[in-house]
Write a protein that binds this ligand. Structure first.
Ligand SMILES: Cc1ncc(COP(=O)(O)O)c(C=O)c1O
Length: 379
């Protein structure tokens, strides 16, 4: 089997597994508002899908996204999930030989897309307590000074660590990007879960592209709808050679519209539940020797558990949880430099599912320690 076939088989098995608790992809698994389902069912019943959607996306959806951002001088390009917008931006905006600056840990795909464009990817190490597990302005400025930057990719809040950036930090990043005349992609996929959030677009509107996702707060990951927000002139430029120039899924767009219309009614409760789940996980991790939660509370709908001091390989923890019906993610997916240090656990699941994760933790850690022949006190 080729590696891609193995990867696919792995995910095929996961999606076929009834009752699996999904705590590895940061998608919302809490029940969907009935209006969202009704809108999508109506679109199917009415057979809306015979026509292509408008190439930039349904106007109401674009208006609602702008309103959700609280921005009125930009526009939105609807894409097949934020990832397709990222692909397009990374292929369109960077030239061979330019540098793309990202972080390690981070989220790997925009780096892969930039490499396809011939860019040199520089992933700055940030898994360090002395810099609060986040990118610092000095670090970014140093990297830009050293070799320039064509594109800066900033994930905020950061998947996987859950750190977010203050207004001052965003202002510093925007200043550095402007001085370098670099594109700034502000990946705001997890913005809805943040305790506080500042849009770089407001400070550097001319070259900032902001992502929007419906996979996380609304939980439409399998329906592939998202967007890019930028100045209209930049959207015009991105509309050239746009991969989804035949429009995005109409059914998904109607579900997304209903989600945005009703968000105020139900989303605060989702965030309350996921933050309470974070707290339960924190309480379960704290007494266990060798485990630690470096960032708490998290600004995302996920937390990271450091397993380094326990000497437990993240993969082992993931396998043991999967055997017990819970999917979590190993660091290697999101880090080259710190791949042996942590697992990521998503928190937008029902309280009882997060509680099961917590109840299993001592057993899973014990089994992992037994597996490497370590016989030491758990607490
Ligand atoms: C940082 C980041 N950006 C983008 C995405 C993809 O979003 P979408 O599902 O809207 O394509 C993810 C999904 O995990 C993500 O973590």
């Amino acid at each position: 089997m080729e590696p891609y076939q193995r990867r696919n088989r792995h995910f095929e098995d996961l999606v076929a597994r009834r009752g699996l608790i999904w705590m590895g992809q940061n998608t919302n698994h809490l029940p969907t508002h009935p209006d969202v389902k009704r809108a999508m069912i109506a679109a199917i019943e009415d057979e809306d899908y015979h026509a292509y959607a408008p190439p930039t996306g349904l106007e109401e959806l674009r208006r609602l996204i702008l309103a959700d951002f609280g921005v009125d001088d930009a526009d939105v390009l609807i894409t097949d999930g934020a990832i397709e917008g990222l692909y397009h931006a990374c292929r369109h905006l960077i030239r061979p030989g330019q540098r793309m600056i990202a972080t390690d840990p981070g989220w790997p795909w925009p780096e892969a897309f930039s490499r396809l464009s011939g860019a040199e990817v520089v992933a700055l190490p940030i898994y360090r307590p002395e810099q609060d597990y986040k990118l610092s302005a000095e670090q970014l400025a140093g990297a830009v000074e050293e070799g320039g930057a064509g594109l800066i990719y900033l994930i905020d809040p950061l998947n996987p660590l859950g750190v977010g950036y203050s207004a001052d930090e965003i202002a510093a990043f925007a200043r550095i990007a402007r001085e370098a005349d670099a594109w700034l992609i502000h990946d705001c996929t997890y913005r809805h879960f943040a305790h506080d959030h500042t849009l770089a677009y407001r400070l550097y509107p001319e070259k900032t592209i902001t992502t929007y996702s419906f996979s996380k707060w609304l939980g439409l990951a399998g329906l592939r709808v998202g967007g890019l927000m930028a100045r209209p002139a930049l959207i015009e430029m991105l509309s050239e050679g746009q991969p989804n120039s035949l429009g995005s899924n109409l059914v998904s767009q109607k579900g997304a519209i209903a989600g945005l219309r009703t968000k105020g009614e139900w989303f605060p409760e989702v965030n309350r539940i996921q933050r309470a789940n974070q707290a339960s996980i924190h309480d379960a991790v704290a007494p266990i020797n060798g485990l630690d939660m470096p960032v708490y509370p998290s600004n995302g709908n996920f937390v990271v558990i450091d397993t380094g001091a326990a000497g437990i390989a993240p993969e082992t923890l993931c396998e043991l949880y999967l055997e017990r019906g819970i999917m979590i993610r190993q660091a290697a997916y999101q880090s080259k430099l710190f791949a042996d240090r942590f697992v990521k656990v998503s928190t937008t699941v029902p309280t009882e599912d997060a509680d099961r994760f917590c109840e299993m933790l001592p057993d899973v850690v014990r089994a992992a320690l037994d597996g490497i022949g370590r016989n030491r006190a758990l607490y």
